[in-house]
Ligand binder design. Structure first.
Ligand code: ATP
Length: 320
């Protein structure tokens, strides 16, 4: 492998820049050429590509977002689009790709591999919904951002004896919601992985807790279970407590990455290039505990991840 291309794809996540930096610098250190591909697979198809040097990735480790921009590319989902992308790689002498993104982006890697372009995937998403990895780039920052926002919300919720229903991101996964709920002391956290009953899990709990003297409440709902506004309306109707909905939205995707995101992204980016140097292709990098691991792309895409049920049970016990 003499030249590698690096791109970010799907939703952006804080720490992607640290990964780009690590991939670029590790590859340059080993004498490879690095091409930065802009706006995901779109850039590959359209030739929106620039050569990178060690200084191209200066001043980005502490920045959220992605210096390479990101996009969703419909054309790339077609065989014709994939062929165009592979032809572009051959035209520019790109021997392998490092793709930072989520599951959809890894499916794209598989398709590129089928077109004869070796790929390595790095898990970058705030949702933490990549099965082969305990941890994804951006997850830690997003949780910390959510906690910071909800701490502010708590002040006003408390002053008014209100209930705040806060919708946090996570797509169809509840990892972000569950951990945030624990960290902000939410009375209840609703996540897609665990069935719930509003009367039993929220109304009853609010009434019971009210009898112990508590007058304000924070309820976290993962976006995968429904809209915060709908829950707030039902809760107010059933409890008589003034309830307000807050949707944290895209602030969760931004901001300076935490130490954990910077370090993990750096380790994973470094590992991706090591794999290419070792001739190990078409793999997805991840973490298991403190270790950096990698799996065949197909195997990685077929893996399943489940919510930490003990953590969920604990969150209920300590929030009464
Ligand atoms: P996030 O979870 O942060 O949204 P993601 O990588 O899962 O990240 P997607 O929008 O699903 O986000 O995928 C990103 C891009 O990957 C798509 O726009 C498309 O170009 C490509 N892609 C997705 N699914 C496929 C597929 N089945 N085959 C080929 N390419 C795909």
């Amino acid at each position: 492998i003499k030249t590698i291309g690096v791109l970010t794809s799907g939703g952006d996540a804080p720490g992607m820049n640290a990964a780009i930096r690590a991939v670029t610098r590790t590859a340059l250190y080993h004498g490879m050429k690095v091409m930065g591909i802009y706006r995901g697979y779109n850039g590959l198809i359209n030739g929106d590509i620039k050569e990178m040097n060690v200084r191209s990735v200066s001043e980005i480790i502490h920045r959220g977002g992605t210096m390479l921009y990101t996009a969703r590319c419909l054309e790339f989902k077609t065989l014709e689009g994939q062929k165009k992308a592979a032809d572009r790689c051959r035209e520019l002498g790109i021997d392998a790709l490092v793709v930072i993104g989520g599951d959809g982006s890894f499916r794209g890697c598989k398709d590129m591999a089928a077109q004869g372009i070796p790929c390595i995937g790095l898990p970058g998403t705030i949702d933490n919904d990549i099965a082969c990895s305990d941890y994804t780039i951006g997850y830690d920052t997003a949780m910390n951002t959510a906690v910071e926002m909800i701490d502010k919300l708590r002040d006003t919720t408390q002053s008014h004896d209100r209930c705040s229903v806060v919708e946090v991101m996570g797509r169809n996964a509840g990892y972000l919601a569950l951990n945030t709920g624990i960290a902000v002391g939410a009375l209840a956290t609703l996540i897609p992985e665990v069935p719930f009953d509003i009367d039993r899990d929220i109304v009853q709990r609010m009434n019971d807790t009210r009898r112990t003297g508590k007058q304000h409440f924070i309820i976290i709902v993962a976006e995968g279970v429904g809209r915060a506004h709908d829950f707030a309306e039902i809760i107010e109707k059933k409890t008589g407590i003034e309830s307000r909905a807050t949707v944290l939205g895209h602030v969760q995707r931004g901001g300076s990455p935490t130490l954990r995101d910077r370090v993990s992204a750096s380790q994973m980016g470094y590992h991706a290039v090591q794999l290419l140097l070792d001739g190990k292709f078409n793999r997805v990098v991840g973490t298991r505990g403190n270790d950096i691991v990698d799996f065949d792309i197909t195997e990685a895409l077929n893996m399943h991840k489940s919510i930490h049920t003990a953590l969920y049970e604990m969150s209920k016990v300590i929030s009464i």
